[in-house]
Ligand binder design. Sequence first.
Ligand SMILES: NC(=O)C1=CN([C@@H]2O[C@H](COP(=O)(O)OP(=O)(O)OC[C@H]3O[C@@H](n4cnc5c(N)ncnc54)[C@H](OP(=O)(O)O)[C@@H]3O)[C@@H](O)[C@H]2O)C=CC1
Ligand SMILES: O=C(O)CCC(=O)C(=O)O
Length: 527
Amino acid sequence: MSSITGAILVGAEERQGSGNGFEAVDPSSGKALSPRFAEADAHDVADACALAAAAFPAFRDLPPEDRAAFLERIADAIAATGEELIDRAMSETGLPRARLEGERGRTVGQLRLFAIVVREGGWMDVTIDPAMPDRQPLPRPDLRRVNMGVGPVAVFGASNFPLAFSVAGGDTASALAAGCPVVVKGHPAHPGTGEIVARIIRQAVADSGLPAGVFSYLPGTTNALGGALVADPRIKSVGFTGSRGGGLALVKIANARPEPIPVFAEMSSINPVILFPAAAQARGAALGTAFVASLTQGAGQFCTNPGLVIALANSDLAAFEGAAVEALAKAPNQHMLTPGIHNAFQTGVTALEGHAAVETLAKGPVGDGINQASGAIFTADADAFAADAALSHEVFGSSSIIVRAPDIDAVASLVSGLEGQLTATLLFDEEDEPLVAPLIPLLAEKAGRILANGWPTGVEVSHAMVHGGPFPATSDTRTTSVGTLAIQRFLRPVCYQNLPDRLLPTALRNDNPCKVARRVDGTMQLA
Ligand SMILES: NC(=O)C1=CN([C@@H]2O[C@H](COP(=O)(O)OP(=O)(O)OC[C@H]3O[C@@H](n4cnc5c(N)ncnc54)[C@H](OP(=O)(O)O)[C@@H]3O)[C@@H](O)[C@H]2O)C=CC1
Ligand SMILES: O=C(O)CCC(=O)C(=O)O
């Protein structure tokens, strides 16, 4: 088991950095945790990026089997971490053991899933249009297309998923799967957790005989560090999960480069839930209780947290609201991830409490510890909600507004006025379907994932998953940060025209040595 030293990991090299460094803080006690962590700076960025660029050609061209084995090596080592990883993550984040153990499983599972994807080879999308020398009036050349990695990727670990969206999370897994070296900007909220995982990846790089620059880990607390990483000319793409302000700042830096690059930022979403009348009448109370379970999970620190419920304002809504009030009164009071996130939550809730058009329906119990957040549920009528854009901004944590709409047209109009979302949830019974059906195309314009009779928190890592959506849910609506489609973010297509077989990338050669399915002259051919 690796131990935490507070070092900057630039390829195989360990550095202590200059300056004072920083400490992790236990949000449940406010106490600093040892050791001190080095603060990476622009020199570390430049060195890590130079190593990553040098490592790229060999890593990109690694046979799929070897890259898959590398991902599995990382997965196996993370799975084998004992208590140190979970204990440290608990101290740094205040998240409970069961949640972190589950998250470790998800992290391991997604690395293994990407190994399967890499071996299977569909990500290469090998497409061959054979030459047609006799075609009239002009011959067709031999054209062969394959996807390959874009180059070194900068990954910003997220505060709220210290394992599954951090150092070895979905962005790193999908970038490595695509053949892209990764430079991680560690999240300062969990630097020790980050270092343990970073050391595992670094060891896997060495054990796999790969160039050291395939992975670097830069801990730090300054915007300047992340900015320098995105601005470095050797970085070709960026993965980020966090605040709207942070994501947009990185997009701005990326666009201002002499060579602009894509930033795949997952930022802010209130995840509307629409409660239809027959469901409200038949099972309003059960739905109200389940709503609060989703709202308060992990102190509401999920980008998929249900921050908005839209329902018809009739007497059946009372059962849903009543059960929600009761459930919130019993909800556990959990520590939030950082004092900053706790302050932002309190500020958001205080603003809603003081809003003239908003009524406070329920508050959760007040804890006696620090950084603890009481959940909050508000109500507003449809006109008031539509009149003030601030009411539809994300309050990160267990806060939600129930908007009471006079009729289904008002529901549709509210949906039309929403910004882009990660998810939209429909709670309905069969009798509601005539009301549900017309809303589905509208919701598809707004959200990356539409759920029936479920809750948005808890994203499955699978092939069909979309964890993305129109702005501001993400900065690029065409893709996802969870699931196997995420690999496409870090690939680019290259077409080879009339190259002799022996000079082609292996996957494009006539005898298909990679044994991948290929589209030949428009027809899929299995390996
Ligand atoms: N929707 C979602 O999924 C999530 C939303 N959030 C939101 O973000 C708020 C703060 O949480 P946090 O996790 O710290 O998110 P931030 O967006 O503030 O930070 C995330 C990462 O991005 C870096 N960063 C942020 N802004 C910049 C910038 N301008 N230039 C360069 N790098 C930057 C941070 O580095 P450093 O701080 O070291 O500069 C950190 O490593 C929460 O209160 C919540 O509102 C948070 C997590 C998930
Ligand atoms: O709900 C989930 O499982 C994932 C949530 C997420 O992506 C996030 O909170 O950043």
